[in-house]
Write a protein that binds this ligand. Structure first.
Ligand code: DGL
Length: 286
């Protein structure tokens, strides 16, 4: 039975989804949140369509068993490859839990904001190969052109704690070059890790280029989805919700990075195992 008291569950391959969680914590502070980073299987950006579908369903199964009222796929690679499969699986499961991805909210903001009709996309190879943004942009406005650049190294650099040396700067400059040449006025950061290096991207793309992230749009979609089903917390305004974390990889590495990126106290992080049928709680850090 879905109840308003249950948490909103948010997942990503790693710490990138914290950029989405951030917006949720600010926009809907009365809600409780459960965040899962599938760090043992990071990066998703090099995974196949079939793997991403399988991972997304395994995670959904785990989060529903843990208790949640809404799922947020805070990962572009998983949203691009697996949102449809996840929606079908959820409908068949009878769990009554809705799911929200990141591609539609980012696309809507970018298309609405672009004056020139030339939009860039920086994303992982899996997201670019899926064609999800091409389809979403074409649906939103057939006259908008999308220039996509696959950035295989960028999410791993960020997840690795981004040592900002000259090699990183050169790599990022290389990813931005085709978008500068295409004279885009708007760039979708099509990986939830990328807002964490927004100043570097903004400098390389130029001041006049609008960077679009999905977080704020996702928060609005979450609010509408909960409100439509009477699942928003009724005590909103009086209550400050809680948030907790799970990861599938090493707890210490996740907690260290996540504390830096969330810029809020992290609280409990628990390790869970996925993929072998049994989710066993292992190490914990608080
Ligand atoms: N943060 C994920 C995304 O939005 C991907 C990072 C990765 O695992 O490659 O696509």
């Amino acid at each position: 039975m879905i109840r308003a008291e249950l948490p909103v569950a948010v997942f990503d391959s790693g710490v990138g989804g914290l950029t989405v969680l951030h917006e949720l914590l600010v926009s809907l502070p009365a809600e409780d949140y459960l965040y899962l980073g599938d760090t043992a299987r990071f990066p998703y950006g090099e995974r196949s369509h079939a793997e991403l579908e399988r991972f997304a369903i395994e995670i959904a199964e785990h989060l529903i068993a843990a208790g949640t009222k809404l799922l947020v796929v805070a990962c572009n690679a998983a949203s691009s490859a697996a949102l449809g499969a996840l929606q079908d699986w959820l409908a068949a499961s009878g769990a009554g839990v809705d799911v929200i991805g990141v591609v539609a909210p980012a696309t809507q903001l970018a298309v609405a904001g672009s004056r020139s009709g030339r939009i860039g996309l920086l994303a992982t190879p899996a997201t670019v190969a899926s064609g999800a943004y091409d389809r979403a942009v074409a649906r939103a406005d057939a006259h908008v052109q999308l220039e996509s650049v696959a950035c295989p190294d960028l999410a791993p650099i960020i997840q690795g704690g981004f040592p900002f040396d000259e090699a990183v700067v050169r790599t990022v400059r290389g990813y931005c070059a085709p978008l500068r040449a295409a004279k885009v006025d708007t760039v979708i950061l099509g990986c939830t890790h990328y807002p964490l290096v927004a100043p570097l991207l903004q400098r390389m793309l130029g001041r006049g280029v609008a960077l679009v992230t999905s977080g704020a749009g996702v928060a609005r979609s979450v609010e509408r989805a909960l409100s439509a089903r009477g699942l928003l917390r009724e005590d909103a305004g009086e209550r400050e919700g809680s948030y907790r974390f799970q990861c599938t990889g090493e707890v210490g590495a996740f907690a260290g990075l996540a504390t830096r990126f969330l810029q809020m106290p992290l609280g409990e992080v628990a390790r869970v195992r996925l993929g072998d049928g049994a989710d066993a709680a292992g190490e914990r850090a608080a």
